[in-house]
Design a protein around this ligand. Structure first.
Ligand code: BGC
Length: 789
C-alpha cells in the first residue's frame, strides 16, 4: 500500500516536472519547423499566407504541406457556411442557437459560460470549424449601439471574465476562439471610418481592460482588429494597439485577424502587427502591394516573416484535417441552451409576488403577444445562427402545463407592422376574461442589428399600448420582455411583475416557462443599466458622433460609473435582479485594514438564504477610492461570485484583491497606479443595493519620480509638502514679497490666479527673478526626486 502510494507520488511529481518541459520542448520543435518552412517560402507565398484564401479559410501551401484553418461566426452559435468560399447567410449549417452574449452575461456565471463555450467547441469540431469568431467583448457604451446584444456588459471586469470563461470552454475542445472587436468598437454608424476619440486613461481603464483580461488569462488563438479608427489610427494599422499593448505588454501569442473588409493599408497593417487580412478575395489585390513594399524597401521582410511565423503556429495548432470528429450533440445542446437561457432570466420587478405563477390558483391564463408563437431569440447580422430547432412559448406551456391550466392566446400586436394597434382590444378582452395575463413584448428583430444603431430605446408603440391596456384590464399581469439591450418602460409603474428574458436562443421559450412557473428560480442580474430615459444615458450627447468623429466625452464614466457620479436614478441599476427567495449578507471580514501595494487583501462574508425556496445569488464587490488626486468613479466592480443556497443555508464567500484592483490608469506614468489613502470595500446584491461596507488604508510603497514639466502649475509645487521648500528656494524674493508682515514665507499669500499659472509664466510674474533656463533646470531637479504615490 505504502509502496504504491509512494509510486503514485513519484509519478505525479514527474508529471508536474515534466509538463512544462514537454510543453516547452514542443514549442521549440514547432518554432524550428516554422523557421525552416518560412525560409523555404517565396516572398509571394508569404504575402499570400497573410491574407485569406476565400471567405472563411486561410491559405494552404500544398508544396510545403502547410494546411489551412476554417473560421466561422460566432459568437452564440455557429454560422458555418456550406463551403469556405460561400458566405453562408441563410444556407449555413444548422447549429445550436444559444442565448446571445447579453443573456449570457446576465447569468454572471463563469462556469455556465464555459459550458456554453465547450458546447460551441464541440459543434465547431463536428462541423469542421477550427477557429470560432467569438466572443464579442466590447463595452456597451450606449444603449443605442446596434450590437449590444452580441456583447457582454458595460463593465470591463465582467466583460473580461466572461470572455475568459467562453474562451476556456471553446479552446478546451481544441478549437480556437477569437476575441473581437479590438478595440473601442462601440458604434455601428459609419463603422468603417468612425474615429473613437478617447483619452488614454479611458481607453486603458474601460475599453482595453476586457481584452487585457482575456489575453492574460485565456490566451485566445486570435484577436480580431476592429473596423473603426482609435485615436485617429485604424485598429488594423495601430502599432501601439497590436504590438506595444497586445503582444509586448500583455504577451499575446496568437494572431490578429482583420475584421472582414476592415483593412485599408495592408502594408501598414503588417508593420503594426496585423497577421491576417480577411476575407480572401479583396486581399488578392493587396498581396501584390505587400510584395512591392518589400521589394521597394518600404516593408522589412523580417517583419513579414515574423507575422507569418505567428500565424503558422496557430494554423498548425488548429489545422483543418477535413475529417474532424464528433457528434454535434444537437439534443443535449438544446437542453443546455434552455438551462443557460433560464439562468440568464432577470426578474426586474415582482412587487405583488405574482411570479412564480401558482397553477393551483390561476386556471385560465392569457398568453398575449405574437412573440408567443413567433419567438425573438437572436439578433441581426453576421452572428445569425440557423437553429437546429426552435421552441415556441405557447406550445411549450400547453405541453408542459396544459393538463392543469387553460392557455388562451391572442396576438396583441403584429410583428409585420409595429404601428398597427388594431389587435390590442381583442387581447385585452382575452386578458380580462382570464385569471392572469402574460404579456410577451420586446424588440422585433429589425431593431437590433449589426451595422445599424438604434435611434431610440422605445418598444414598438403597439407593444407599449398592449402592456398598458392589459395591465389596466387584468391586475394579475406579468410582462415578459425579449430584447438584447436596455429599453425604456413608460409603463413601469403600471405593472407589478417584469421578467427580462433577453434573447434566449432556440430554447428560450422553455426557459421562460421554467421561470414563470417556478421550475427555475430567476437569478440573472443586469450586466447593463436600464435608464428611465435615453437622455439620462452616459453617451447621450456624443452618440453616434458626427463627421466620422465619436467623442468619448463621458470618459471612464460608462454605465453605472456615470449614473453614480451624476447621481441619476436609473430605472433598474447595474447588477439588479430579484429572486423568488431572499438573501441576507453578514460578517464582512477584511484580512487587514492596512495594506501596501505588495499585499493581497482577502475579503470574506456570509450569505444566507432567508426565504422559502432554493435560489442563486450573485454577490458583487465594488471598491471606492475615498481620497484621490484624479477623478475616480464612485465605485467600481472588482469581483463577483454566484452561489446556490437551500432555504436557511449559509455560505461563506471569499474574494482576493490585489494592487491592480485599487489602481487607475495614469496617463502621466503610462501605467496602472494605486494612490495611497482610504478605500471602501462595498459588497452588495446590486450596484445600488450595497449590503456591507468595510474600509482600509492603502500605503503605496513604490518610489516614483516626479514627472513635472515647465507647464506644471505653481499649485502642484506649493501644495506638495516635499516640493514647497524647493519652490521657496527657487524664487525666494518673489515669495517673500507675497508674505504678510511677521509671517514665515511658508504662509505666503499666493492668489488662486497665480497658483493656477504654469511655471513657464513666472519669468513675468517674478519680474525676472527666474527665467526659462532656470525653470527648466528646476523642473529637472524636481524630477530626480521620488515620492510614494
Ligand atoms: C463582423 C464580425 C464577423 C465578420 C465575419 C464582420 O462584419 O463585424 O463580427 O465575425 O463580419 O462574418
Amino acid at each position: 500500500m505504502l509502496k504504491s502510494n509512494a509510486r503514485l507520488l513519484l509519478i505525479s511529481f514527474l508529471i508536474i516536472l515534466g509538463a512544462p518541459v514537454n510543453a516547452d520542448y514542443n514549442e521549440v520543435k514547432m518554432a524550428k519547423k516554422i523557421d525552416q518552412l518560412v525560409s523555404k517560402l517565396t516572398l509571394e507565398e508569404k504575402a499570400l499566407l497573410t491574407s485569406g484564401r476565400d471567405a472563411w479559410s486561410t491559405q494552404p501551401i500544398e508544396r510545403l504541406d502547410i494546411p489551412y484553418i476554417w473560421m466561422a461566426d460566432g459568437p452564440h452559435g455557429l454560422r458555418r457556411a456550406p463551403t469556405t468560399d460561400t458566405w453562408g447567410y441563410g444556407n449555413q449549417a444548422p447549429a445550436t442557437c444559444f442565448p446571445t452574449a447579453s443573456a449570457l452575461s446576465a447569468s454572471w456565471d463563469m462556469a455556465l459560460v464555459e459550458e456554453v463555450g465547450a458546447a460551441l467547441g464541440v459543434e465547431s469540431n463536428a462541423l469542421g470549424v477550427d477557429l470560432l469568431l467569438g466572443p464579442g467583448i466590447n463595452i456597451k457604451r450606449s444603449p443605442l449601439a446596434g450590437r449590444n446584444f452580441e456583447y457582454f456588459s458595460e463593465d470591463p471586469l465582467l466583460s473580461g471574465k466572461l470572455g475568459v470563461a467562453y474562451i476556456n470552454g471553446v479552446q478546451g475542445e481544441g478549437v480556437g476562439a477569437t476575441v473581437k472587436h479590438y478595440v473601442a468598437n462601440n458604434v455601428e454608424t459609419q463603422r468603417m471610418w468612425a474615429n473613437s476619440n478617447l483619452d488614454d486613461r479611458t481607453l486603458n481603464e474601460i475599453y482595453m481592460t476586457p481584452f487585457e483580461i482575456t489575453v492574460k488569462e485565456a490566451q485566445p488563438w486570435s484577436v480580431m482588429a476592429c473596423y473603426n479608427r482609435v485615436q485617429g489610427v485604424y485598429g488594423t494599422e495601430s502599432l501601439q494597439l497590436l504590438t506595444d499593448k497586445l503582444k509586448n505588454d500583455w504577451g499575446f501569442k496568437g494572431f490578429v485577424v482583420s475584421d472582414w473588409d476592415a483593412v485599408v493599408d495592408r502594408v501598414q497593417g503588417i508593420r503594426a502587427g496585423m497577421h491576417l487580412e480577411m476575407p480572401g478575395k479583396p486581399a488578392r489585390i493587396t498581396n501584390k502591394m505587400v510584395v512591392d513594399a518589400v521589394k521597394n524597401n518600404e516593408l522589412d521582410e523580417k517583419q513579414l516573416d515574423a507575422v507569418v511565423k505567428d500565424l503558422l503556429r496557430i494554423v498548425f495548432m488548429g489545422q483543418n484535417t477535413e475529417d474532424k470528429f464528433g457528434d454535434q450533440n444537437i439534443e443535449q445542446h438544446h437542453q443546455l441552451a434552455r438551462k443557460v437561457a433560464a439562468e440568464a432570466i432577470t426578474l426586474l420587478k415582482n412587487t405583488k409576488k405574482l411570479l412564480p405563477v401558482d397553477t393551483a390558483k390561476y386556471k385560465k391564463i392569457a398568453v398575449l403577444g405574437e412573440f408567443a408563437v413567433n419567438p425573438r431569440y437572436q439578433g441581426n447580422g453576421s452572428s445569425q445562427v440557423k437553429p437546429t430547432k426552435l421552441d415556441k412559448f405557447i406550445d411549450i406551456v400547453r405541453q408542459e402545463y396544459g393538463q392543469d391550466v387553460e392557455f388562451v392566446y391572442s396576438a396583441g400586436y403584429s410583428l409585420a407592422n409595429d404601428d398597427d394597434l388594431s389587435l390590442v382590444d381583442a387581447a385585452v378582452e382575452v386578458a380580462a376574461d382570464a385569471d392572469l395575463a402574460l404579456v410577451m413584448a420586446g424588440l422585433p428583430l429589425s431593431y437590433e442589428s449589426e451595422g445599424i444603431d438604434r435611434k431610440h430605446i422605445d418598444l414598438p408603440p403597439s407593444h407599449n399600448k398592449l402592456i398598458s391596456a392589459v395591465a389596466k384590464a387584468q391586475p394579475n399581469t406579468a410582462i415578459i420582455l425579449t430584447n438584447g439591450s436596455a429599453i425604456a418602460m413608460p409603463w413601469v409603474n403600471e405593472v407589478t411583475a417584469i421578467l427580462e428574458t433577453w434573447l434566449g436562443g432556440q430554447a428560450g421559450a422553455g426557459a421562460i416557462a421554467d421561470a414563470v412557473f417556478g421550475k427555475v428560480n430567476p437569478s440573472g442580474k443586469l450586466a447593463e443599466t436600464f435608464p428611465f430615459r435615453l437622455e439620462d444615458s452616459p453617451a447621450f450627447l456624443n452618440f453616434p458622433g458626427e463627421d466620422g468623429q465619436v467623442i468619448y466625452g463621458e470618459r471612464m464614466f460608462v454605465g453605472y460609473r456615470y449614473y453614480d457620479k451624476r447621481n441619476i436614478e436609473p430605472m433598474f441599476p447595474f447588477g439588479h435582479g430579484l429572486s423568488y427567495t431572499e438573501f441576507s449578507y453578514s460578517n464582512l471580514k477584511l484580512s487587514s485594514t492596512n495594506i501596501t501595494d505588495k499585499d493581497q487583501l482577502q475579503v470574506s462574508l456570509t450569505v444566507t438564504n432567508t426565504g422559502k425556496v432554493k435560489g442563486k445569488e450573485v454577490i458583487q464587490l465594488y471598491i471606492a477610492d475615498k481620497e484621490s488626486t484624479v477623478q475616480r468613479p464612485v465605485k467600481e466592480l472588482k469581483a463577483f461570485d454566484k452561489i446556490e443556497l437551500e432555504p436557511s443555508e449559509s455560505k461563506e464567500v471569499r474574494f482576493t484583491l490585489n494592487n491592480r484592483d485599487f489602481s487607475y490608469y495614469s496617463k502621466v506614468y503610462g501605467r496602472w497606479l494605486a494612490e495611497s489613502g482610504e478605500f471602501d470595500i462595498l459588497v452588495g446584491s446590486s450596484s445600488r443595493d450595497i449590503r456591507l461596507k468595510g474600509s482600509l488604508n492603502l500605503n503605496n510603497t513604490e518610489k516614483l519620480n516626479y514627472k513635472m514639466t515647465v507647464f506644471s502649475f505653481f499649485s502642484e509645487y506649493w501644495e506638495n509638502p516635499q516640493l514647497k521648500p524647493l519652490l521657496i528656494d527657487f524664487m525666494p524674493k518673489w515669495i517673500k514679497a507675497m508674505t504678510p508682515e511677521g509671517k514665515p514665507v511658508e504662509e505666503a499669500k499666493i492668489e488662486d490666479f497665480l497658483q493656477q499659472q504654469p511655471l513657464i509664466k513666472f519669468p513675468y510674474f517674478t519680474g525676472g527673478e527666474v527665467d526659462e533656463q532656470s525653470i527648466k533646470a528646476f523642473v529637472e531637479r524636481t524630477n530626480n526626486l521620488t515620492f510614494n504615490p
